[in-house]
Ligand binder design. Structure first.
Ligand SMILES: Cc1cc2nc3c(=O)[nH]c(=O)nc-3n(C[C@H](O)[C@H](O)[C@H](O)COP(=O)(O)OP(=O)(O)OC[C@H]3O[C@@H](n4cnc5c(N)ncnc54)[C@H](O)[C@@H]3O)c2cc1C
Length: 436
């Protein structure tokens, strides 16, 4: 029986979200002996996958993870990482990645778009209420466009997407990084679940491997290359425990809120999430069509005040516009387990200005202004905690030879747009770099 307490590989990848799944798949396909370590399990075969119960089981602290400022963070811990609960939106990397930080992933992103059939949903599936919001935005002079999606109706017999997509995709239309984990395994990668890495093993300036627990028992794994892809919260924690003091100092979150208004007709809740979007690059935010899933709505709105859950009865008639703000680097992920994400600089003013635009759009779309309110702040993109240019060079290597990071923690600034396509681009580029 193989010794699972002392593993060996050419490359160790920690975490199986889009960063880890991409690098593991590409390197395994190129013939490397890859060990992929994931602290969660594969929930896709479970009956409760994609249900409210599931979201409680696989999200960190039963979805009740909060920053010190009270911002709720959705942090899935499972094979596929956060793509198991994402909205399936895709966006190319912002120009500043290349222009300001020398990170050119254009070729990798261009290759991925046809590979995963990334495209907006066909017109009939964009949703009539969502389209109503977009048309209102366009009438006010904002250039709303159909959102690129990792969602393909042809992948499923019964396309059944709605706000509930954020619990996990049950109909199969949405691409999930877990599929690339499957492909990595098919290509020979050794996937270990319930493998929680606590520390990187380093000899002077060279990486040796990692240690942690495997199904609760201590283990060590050795390789000349270690790629940390444990996400914007997991990766800095591993680095901190390994003596990297800068890790987790400062963070970005693409801080998110929803502005709701009610109409007489059907609202956006039963339509695919985020089918239309508009980016305000000047002020640094993105707006999109989105509302909380039915059962989460009263919980989220209760955080705002006791009267707001009473609007639950109007869920079917709610129009929702999501704001994703390009928040400044602030706060961080700390060794004592706490996370902080305060608004600093002009974050609050820009948030306010985005909220005003949302209210104008909702009014134009027919919502009663007196019914409108904004949900509390939350975070779905923990990122920027091990930044390129601060802790990483443009090839994603740390100061330790052979120790790389490839996930959302590498972002030098908030993306304020969907992250996954950028992370895939980074993963493909890193795999090419390592094969050279
Ligand atoms: C509700 C929601 C909606 C979203 N919608 C979109 C969207 O539409 N489009 C988009 O592009 N992005 C979206 N995102 C964001 C996107 O899913 C994440 O930014 C992205 O998945 C981050 O990828 P990652 O590789 O950095 O890490 P993650 O996806 O977080 O994966 C990290 C993995 O590492 C594992 N791990 C953590 N610590 C350890 C450890 N110590 N040892 C071993 N394994 C560990 C975790 O279990 C996890 O599987 C959404 C996120 C959420 C929560």
């Amino acid at each position: 029986m193989p010794d699972s307490t002392n593993l060996q590989a050419d490359v160790i990848v920690v975490g199986s979200g889009p960063g880890g799944a991409t690098t593991a798949r590409q390197l395994a396909r190129a013939g490397k002996k890859v060990l992929l370590l994931e602290r969660g399990i594969d929930y896709r075969p479970k009956k409760y996958y994609g249900t409210y119960l599931g979201a409680l089981i696989y999200a960190d602290r039963m979805s009740l993870l909060f920053t010190q400022e009270g911002l709720n963070i959705v942090h899935p811990l499972m094979v596929g990482g956060a793509t198991s609960m994402y909205c399936g939106c895709a966006a190319p990397p912002p120009d500043w990645m290349k222009d300001k930080y020398g990170v050119d992933i254009d070729a990798e992103v261009a290759e991925t778009i046809p590979e995963l059939d990334i495209a907006p949903l066909p017109d009939p599936l964009l949703g009539s209420a969502s389209t109503r919001i977009a048309q209102a935005g366009i009438a006010l002079g904002y250039n709303w466009e159909p959102q690129l999606k990792f969602m393909k109706p042809a992948r499923t017999k019964k396309f059944d997407c709605g706000a509930k997509c954020m619990l996990g995709c049950r109909c199969g239309a949405k691409w999930n990084a877990a599929e690339w984990v499957d492909e990595a395994v098919e290509a020979g990668a050794d996937l270990r679940v319930k493998a929680k890495v606590s520390r990187v093993l380093v000899d002077g300036k060279k990486v040796l491997g990692v240690e942690g627990t495997l199904a609760g028992r201590p283990f060590k794994a050795h390789a000349p290359i270690v790629i940390l892809s444990a996400g914007g919260i997991g990766t800095p924690r591993i680095l901190q425990a390994s003596g990297f003091e800068q890790a987790g100092q400062g963070m970005t979150m693409d801080t998110t809120t929803m502005v709701y208004g009610f109409i007489k007709e059907r609202g956006t809740g039963n339509e695919p999430p985020m089918t239309w979007s508009w980016e305000n690059l000047e002020e640094g935010y993105m707006l999109s069509t989105l509302i909380d899933p039915w059962l989460l709505y009263p919980l989220i709105t209760a955080l705002k005040g006791p009267q707001y859950p009473l609007t639950w009865t109007k869920w079917n008639n709610t129009l929702g516009v999501m704001i994703k703000l390009k928040d400044s680097v602030s706060g961080g992920v700390f060794e004592n387990g706490k996370i902080s994400k305060p608004f600093v600089g002009d974050d609050r003013e820009r948030q306010k200005s985005a909220e005003e635009i949302c209210r104008r759009i909702l009014k134009e779309a027919g919502a009663d202004p007196s019914s409108m309110f904004m949900t509390p702040l939350r975070g779905t993109h923990p990122s920027g905690t091990v930044r390129i240019g601060t802790m990483l060079d443009e090839n994603l290597q740390t100061e330790v030879k052979g120790l790389y990071v490839c996930d959302a923690s590498t972002f030098p600034e908030a993306l304020a747009r969907p992250t996954v396509l950028t992370i895939i681009g980074l993963g493909k580029r890193l795999a090419k770099h390592l094969m050279q």
